[in-house]
Design a protein around this ligand. Structure first.
Ligand SMILES: Nc1ncnc2c1ncn2[C@@H]1O[C@H](COP(=O)(O)OP(=O)(O)OP(=O)(O)O)[C@@H](O)[C@H]1O
Length: 576
């Protein structure tokens, strides 16, 4: 039952149509079989010494029914084929979209626990496996059972002894397959893990090829890739080598029923307990019934393998989404009350108490790894803290709908991601209904306009996957233009001006200054001169707030900020 739920990714009702059609097709498929039995019967009666003449009319009728059957079957098979495949592809297309949608609603903490390769494998490979399970294996498994079940009950009615002899080995064959279930689960999980690992290593190898060439590391990474492929090879071989004999054995066991039935029939025939016609009838049924049974057994094994993929998808679907259904307030202060936060096990923020007031600029400073980016991510509710509260206009962020909150926040990160699309669409991403004029105005403010015009197709130029056709500084300016275009009440800037040349930095700084009026701005800047005029500077060290206040307050305190400031003054132009 679990396997069925898994393979349909929780939508068992989607299976009714394909399974129903295939079972019906298999049921109808019995007609030629019954007709051939009837034809044997007619011929047999003409030669059994009872002086009955050969009923040619009946034979012709059988032939005509067979032709009609073939026409109806061709139409019905087409309908069944369409139902199977359409159902499977529709289910996986919808499933992929809803899974992608679900992933969007998960906390970022989930993504730091999972490899992106693992997730993309679920979206592509696992769904493809569930698709195959639904379109092929489950309908074929159920369909293949129709004929043997009907045959069993009919034969039981004709002669129970021979019927039992024919099917006596079936429970044993099923038992063997069921015994292998646990082994299969373990081996299949290992094989799927090895497949994902190989995919991840390959991605790492391809993405890091530039660094590897630069540092001559090709050997080491290649060994990791080679190991991953060797592991996959071993997992595949182990799975086949261990499970194959189970299936072969159960098929052999089931087929032994034919021999048993012949032995039993011969014995009964000699004893005069059955007629030759009954014996021939059993031989005809016997020659037809074991192929679908074998196919059902092999499909059952395949079906179990494919259902593992469905189980992985279901597990992911059950990951809890971020809570909160309150509409985010238009604006307000962000307040941290005794906030502690850890990624997995490591606590990186300890008992943070601070506030970022509406319409002011708050700067986060501190040595690398002190927790600045983490604190900023908590402001945007990328994560919920394990202890304490983050309040937005007095409402705990954990009660606010994350999507509603995002409408009020613009962000500029250190690493800018651009979609494989035109520059214009990459800008429009932050405001889907923006007009061309608005886009250009934002680009001008962020000092992008001129370099965009110099591109081959201006605003319609395509940028590569991840924006690889633009320089770091250009990507950052595009990202600033996006934030300007979104025009949100809260602006989060992480190293916004880090990769700009001094000339552009002044322009962008001016653009940012005009953007922050009446807004809450939180900025991480390693170059302290850029935040000298901030309303509040929060100094972090090892996850603790060690100082907070204005530039002058902190200089007067003569603490960590003053130390950092002095170092930067002395080494002007250096980057901490
Ligand atoms: N996704 C993550 N998973 C686990 N640990 C993380 C993650 N992100 C950051 N950390 C760790 O949390 C600590 C704080 O990192 P954070 O990025 O907040 O510091 P930062 O002050 O912004 O550093 P930098 O100035 O170098 O960007 C670091 O020790 C870092 O290694």
């Amino acid at each position: 039952m679990n396997a069925i739920k898994n393979i349909s990714v929780g939508h068992t009702e989607r299976l009714y149509k394909p399974v129903g059609y295939t079972m019906l097709a298999n049921l109808v498929n019995i007609i030629p079989f019954c007709l051939s039995i009837e034809a044997v019967n007619v011929i047999f009666r003409a030669f059994d010494g009872t002086n009955t003449s050969l009923d040619i009319t009946r034979l012709w009728s059988i032939f005509i029914i067979l032709v009609l059957y073939m026409i109806i079957m061709a139409i019905a098979e087409r309908a069944s084929y369409r139902a199977n495949f359409r159902g499977a592809y529709e289910m996986s297309a919808e499933g992929r979209i809803s899974l992608a949608e679900h992933l969007r609603k998960l906390s970022l903490g989930f993504f730091s626990r999972h490899d992106p390769g693992d997730l993309s494998s679920m979206l592509i490979t696992d769904f493809a496996m569930a698709e195959t399970g639904i379109s092929h294996h489950l309908p074929q498994l159920m369909g293949a059972l129709v004929m043997p079940i009907l045959a069993f009950f009919t034969l039981l009615w004709i002669d129970w002894r021979m019927a039992i002899a024919m099917f006596i080995a079936l429970p044993l064959a099923i038992g063997i397959l069921l015994i292998s279930t646990k082994v299969q689960q373990k081996l299949s999980n290992k094989q799927i893990e090895a497949k994902i690992n190989a995919g991840n290593r390959l991605e790492e190898y391809l993405q890091g090829i530039r660094v590897m060439k630069a540092y001559n590391l090709v050997g080491d990474k290649f060994i990791r890739l080679k190991d991953a492929f060797s592991q996959l090879r071993r997992a595949c071989i182990r799975q086949e080598a261990i499970l194959g004999p189970f299936i072969l054995f159960s098929v052999t066991v089931i087929r032994s029923g034919l021999t048993l039935m012949i032995l039993c029939g011969t014995y009964l025939l000699i004893g005069g307990d059955i007629s030759i016609l009954t014996f021939v009838l059993f031989l005809i049924v016997g020659s037809r019934v074991f192929d679908p049974l074998t196919s059902a057994l092999t499909n059952f094994a395949e079906f179990r393998y494919f259902s593992i993929a469905g189980g992985r998808i279901l597990q992911l679907m059950n990951e809890p989404e971020m809570t909160g259904n309150k509409e985010a307030p238009q604006c307000g202060d962000i307040i941290f009350e005794h906030v502690s936060f850890k990624y997995q096990k490591k606590e990186v923020l300890h008992d943070i108490n601070t506030s970022m007031h509406q319409g002011t600029l708050t700067a986060l400073v501190g040595p690398s790894g002190s927790g600045k980016s983490t604190l900023m991510k908590l402001c945007a509710r990328f994560y919920d803290p394990q202890q304490g509260k983050v309040l937005f206009n007095g409402i705990p962020m954990s009660n606010i709908d994350p999507e509603s909150l995002m409408k009020h926040i613009s962000m500029v990160f250190q690493d800018v991601y651009l979609f494989k699309d035109t520059i214009k669409n990459n800008l429009r991403f932050s405001k889907p209904d923006a007009t061309d004029e608005e886009i250009i105005a934002a680009a001008k403010k962020a000092c992008c306009h001129e370099f965009i015009l110099k591109l081959p197709n201006g605003y319609d130029t395509m940028v590569g996957e991840g924006g690889c056709t633009l320089s770091g500084g250009e990507k950052q300016r595009i990202s600033i233009a996006r934030a300007i275009l979104k025009n949100a009440e809260i602006v989060l800037l992480d190293e916004a001006t880090a990769s700009l040349d001094p000339e552009n930095e002044v322009d962008v700084q001016n653009a940012i200054n005009s953007l922050i009026t009446g807004r809450t701005v939180i900025v991480i800047a390693h170059r302290l001169k850029t935040i000298k005029n901030a309303d509040k500077i929060i100094v972090l060290d090892k996850g603790l707030i060690v100082e907070q206040g204005t530039h002058n307050d902190l200089i007067n305190k003569n603490g960590l900020y003053c130390k950092l400031w002095t170092i930067q003054e002395k080494t002007a132009g250096w980057k901490l």
